[in-house]
Design a protein around this ligand. Structure first.
Ligand SMILES: [Zn+2]
Length: 582
């Protein structure tokens, strides 16, 4: 027998949750052709997997590898941690459909101020022609598509390093229909126009729809609009991935109570019959002041109680969890000064910001704006314990290092905001660190639930990605090590490796209707990861999150080698997994 590749001597964890077993695997083309004792067979490439685990490629249920897949097509940050498939178009944002406007989705930092200069919140909807010009000039990105189908064609022509499962974003669809006039309910004919866009996306291969109820323009939609627009996806058997409403502040509604955001998503699923995925689940209850681990566990359990009640009620529901929530999100705030981004931007450089902060009137302006709860990066109303959750990681001012802002404020008998500004004055390059307050306990409660999957909620990048202008954000550490963290802390450390692997392979594949992925079995697509579980470790630090994890040796995407004995090959063998093409 001849194969293209034989993976020999590894312990197969097949993704189903069954106990591991020792066998060889033969790949032919993009398919797993044989599993068994293959010592007599020959192959162009033999992989010695002795002492390693061989598992299906990991599926990231929540990814923002949208436009970034064109900028970093090899997908190094995903491949380096064993991810071979990412579910994109999340939180209401997808690259298509486009009409005359563009919805910003947070990777445009290097040029967004040229399109839409703003001191506080960026205006998220801007003229498409302007966006095209700056995306091309600064990021070399050619925006040539308009319909969802055209977008998927562009991704296919780019030959991505990983497989892409695309969702259409309700926010993006709203922009296509309403342009800049989105701070209101849509009319009946606008809703009809949105439904046509969603239908086109589904017919082109979208796996479903996402919403982002904390983001403009999506947060302005009425529940009736959601029923109608998401109803199209329900009728076509797609998935509804919901970034449920957590703050409500952007609509000026005040805090609606987090758990009600989950209830709203469940209500949409009930009404439409759509398959619901609660995105990046976090507790639906706020505990204040900063909770003890026991109180955090309680908030998480009460959140699951709402989910379990919905399941009992017949709602088709599952969820994903970010393995590291303290620093969740697409971006990483490296400098302490960057939590005060509007004023840092205005100052132009870190040094100038520190100099400007010596002026009492600027301090007063910052104090008033922040204390009123208007600034999301530092919001004492939604996050009363914020000063306990910010620590000084590294600083020339040694007396602050390793202390939280709350501690520094107490020691100096100051308001925490003044302590924060003094830290920036003492060394504008002070590095921010986030102690995990009750976060790990919450993850443990969530991941124990049999329907919990993993989403790392990041861009697709490599180690060169950065925001070159203030506030100098970097890609989130999860971009590089989220899956490594899940394997170490929550697969090995909680669920057992077999069950942990199931959560990032066959469980998401089933949820997405990917019939030929997520399992090591004959006839399945050859998306495979070979790794040493004991050696898996994330390497990101507060100062430099852009570090690939350890422990991963080989990654195959559709039968092609994307990581060869620990080295990224930059082979680009991913596909767009179009739903109606399967
Ligand atoms: Zn989100």
């Amino acid at each position: 027998m001849t194969f293209d590749v034989i993976i020999r001597g590894g312990e197969i964890i097949d993704g189903s949750g069954s106990v591991r077993y020792k066998k060889d695997i033969g790949l032919r083309g993009d398919t797993i052709a044989a599993i068994g004792e293959l010592s007599g067979a020959s192959a162009a490439r033999i992989v010695d997997a002795t002492g390693q685990v061989v598992a299906p490629g990991f599926i990231d249920m929540h990814s923002h590898a949208d436009q970034t897949v064109l900028m970093y097509p090899s997908g190094e940050s995903a491949i380096a941690q064993g991810i071979t498939t990412s579910v994109c178009g999340q939180c209401g944002f997808s690259p298509a459909p486009l009409n005359r406007h563009w919805t910003a989705c947070f990777w445009e930092w290097n040029w967004w101020d040229k399109v839409s200069p703003r001191k506080y919140y960026q205006e998220v909807v801007a003229d498409l022609d302007m966006v095209k010009k700056h995306a091309k000039e600064t990021d070399g990105l050619d925006i040539t598509w308009s319909s969802f189908g055209e977008w998927l064609d562009v991704v296919e022509r780019t030959r991505p390093g990983i497989n892409i499962v695309p969702l259409v974003g309700h926010g993006t669809v709203r922009t296509a229909v309403m342009g800049t006039d989105y701070r209101r309910k849509a009319t009946a004919s606008e809703i009809e126009a949105m439904k046509r866009y969603v239908e086109e996306a589904m017919d082109s291969g979208a796996a479903g729809i996402s919403n982002g109820m904390d983001y403009a323009p999506n947060c302005y939609c009425s529940v009736e609009e959601s029923y109608e627009v998401i109803g199209v996806v329900a009728r076509k058997g797609g998935l509804f991935s919901s970034h449920w409403r957590r703050t409500g502040l952007r609509q000026g509604l005040g805090d609606p109570g987090l758990i009600n955001g989950i209830r709203e998503a469940v209500d949409i699923a009930k009404k439409t019959g759509v398959k619901l995925q609660l995105a990046h689940l976090s507790p639906g209850y706020l505990v204040s002041p900063s909770p003890t681990p026991k109180l955090s566990v309680c908030a998480a359990e009460e959140t699951l109680a709402v989910i379990d009640a919905a399941l009992k009620d017949g709602v088709d529901l599952a969820f994903d969890v970010i393995p590291n929530h303290q620093t969740g999100g697409v971006l990483h705030v490296k400098y302490v000064a960057a939590v005060l981004a509007p004023w840092l931007k205005e100052s132009g450089t870190l040094e100038q910001f520190a100099a400007n902060l010596r002026a009492p009137d600027l301090r007063e302006e910052i104090r008033q704006y922040v204390l009123s709860g208007k600034w999301f990066n530092l919001n004492p109303i939604l996050q009363p314990g914020w000063a306990n959750e910010m620590m000084i990681g590294k600083s020339k001012a040694g007396e602050f290092v390793g202390k939280t802002i709350a501690q520094i404020a107490r020691e100096r008998d100051q308001h925490p905001l003044d302590a924060l500004m003094d830290v920036i004055c003492a060394d504008p390059y002070s590095i921010l660190s986030r102690p995990s307050v009750g976060s790990d306990e919450v993850k443990r409660v969530f991941y124990r639930h049999p329907l919990a999957m993993v989403g790392i909620d990041t861009f697709l990048v490599n180690v060169t990605a950065e925001v070159k202008v203030p506030p100098y954000y970097l890609p989130n550490p999860n971009s590089f090590g989220g899956m490594a963290r899940f394997i170490k802390r929550y697969a090995l450390g909680l669920l057992g490796l077999e069950e942990g692997i199931r959560r990032i392979t066959s469980l998401p594949a089933q949820r997405l209707g990917l019939k030929d992925r997520g399992l090591i079995a004959e006839g399945m697509k050859a998306d495979i990861v070979v790794f040493n579980p004991e050696a898996v470790a994330e390497k990101s630090t507060d100062e430099e999150p852009r570090q690939y994890p350890e422990g991963f040796r080989w990654v195959f995407v559709n039968g092609q080698v994307a990581m060869e004995d620990g080295k990224l090959t930059l082979s680009r063998s991913g596909q767009v997994l179009r739903k109606n093409a399967q």
